[in-house]
Design a protein around this ligand. Structure first.
Ligand code: TXA
Ligand code: MG
Length: 331
């Protein structure tokens, strides 16, 4: 049974937070909102609870989880040999949509890190996530609260679609403000490498710490080395619809979109257009809900107009390219 509690995103009721803390302390699963997407949380130092996350999501065991922390003190307790850049980045971007990969402390369970010597840490800024972490005084391991291979959930309804009966409690604070996941930055490489573009733009990272590169994430690495194992897939979210990327200059995009729309109309193909001219933030916020809707409506073709790669645009481009089966973006 999944319980659902409505909670005010601006001033979360302490009583509701307390109920969620009890579930976490007892080794259960709580879905909660962050500023990016909903997370599926468990007590990060309880290996049995962490195993339940993988089972609920059908997530392959090779993909490590992000550990959410209440503050930098908690982050320090879970890591070792932190580089000086850690302070510069957390002062500037925490709490917020930036996940930092650092060397892990010995007591972080290998289930959380998929056997890696590193751990991914993030202090979220959504008031419900912050209140939950402060009240629990526990690190919370939480991937996005979707089934493996589905778009990340930006509402409690999305969580229920994928995980009803598989999660003990959902804290429903309405839609999440950013809509795409955090930027994952690997601080064990020098210069630091973006493993996944997300809520903090590359320009902002570069302005804060100088040189930042781009590197393959865990899924790409596992795919490249053929390590997924039998019956296991590294496949990313792929809608039932065929995703056609509309790229080029603004004028080229307008012309291509008009031509393809006319062709599809003539052919009687059910299609939808994804775009948000001049507003990358809005594009990010609505992207996953639109992809879910396209699946629900049995759309044949998604015409996805790629936004410019600044700010949230880089993350939107990355997710659209993955949905089109074209891998990730290396700008
Ligand atoms: O915004 C977000 O990051 C959301 C919210 C809930 O915080 N979480 C999220 O988690 O997107 P998930 O599990 O869907 O994605 C975590 C990403 C994966 O790409 C994983 O491979 C990477 O972080 N990751 C986790 N630990 C890592 C590690 N030790 N080294 C490299 N990559 C790691
Ligand atoms: Mg995910």
């Amino acid at each position: 049974m999944t319980a659902r509690i409505t909670i005010d995103p601006r001033s979360p009721s302490p009583d509701s937070i307390r109920q969620a803390v009890e579930v976490l302390r007892a080794g259960g699963l709580v879905a909660f909102p962050t500023e990016t997407v909903y997370g599926l949380g468990a007590h990060a130092l309880d290996a049995a609870a962490v195993n339940k996350i993988f089972a609920a999501k059908d997530r392959p065991g090779w993909d490590p989880l992000i550990v959410h922390v209440a503050d930098t003190t908690m982050a320090r307790s879970l890591s070792k040999d932190l580089p000086p850049l850690f302070d510069a980045l957390t002062e500037r971007f925490w709490p917020g949509p930036l996940t930092l990969v650092v060397n892990k402390a010995a007591h972080v369970p290998e289930q959380v890190t998929a056997g890696r010597p590193t751990v991914a840490l993030r202090q979220p800024r959504h008031p419900v996530a912050a209140a939950l972490l402060a009240a629990a005084r526990l690190p919370i391991a939480a991937p996005s609260a979707n089934r493996f291979g589905r778009p990340s959930p930006t509402s409690a309804e999305h969580v229920l679609e994928d995980l009803a009966g598989r999660v003990d409690l959902i804290l429903d604070a309405g839609p999440t403000p950013l809509g795409v996941e955090s930027t994952v930055l690997d601080l064990t490489q020098s210069p630091p490498a973006i493993l996944r573009p997300g809520g903090v733009g590359r320009e902002d990272l570069a302005a804060a710490i100088g040189n930042v590169t781009r590197a393959a994430g865990v899924a790409e690495e596992v795919a490249a080395r053929g390590l997924a194992g039998p019956g296991m897939t590294v496949k990313h979210y792929a809608p039932r619809a065929r995703v056609e990327l509309i790229d080029g200059t603004a004028d080229e995009q307008t012309a291509l979109l008009a031509r393809r729309a006319a062709e599809l109309r003539k052919a009687g193909t059910k299609f939808t257009v994804l775009q948000s001219p001049g507003d990358n933030q809005r594009y990010a916020r609505t992207l996953y809900a639109q992809l879910r809707e396209a699946d629900a409506k049995n759309i044949g073709v998604i015409l996805a107009v790629l936004p410019p790669p600044d700010g949230m645009g880089l993350a939107v481009r990355d997710r659209l390219k993955r949905a089109a089966g074209m891998g990730n973006e290396h700008p």
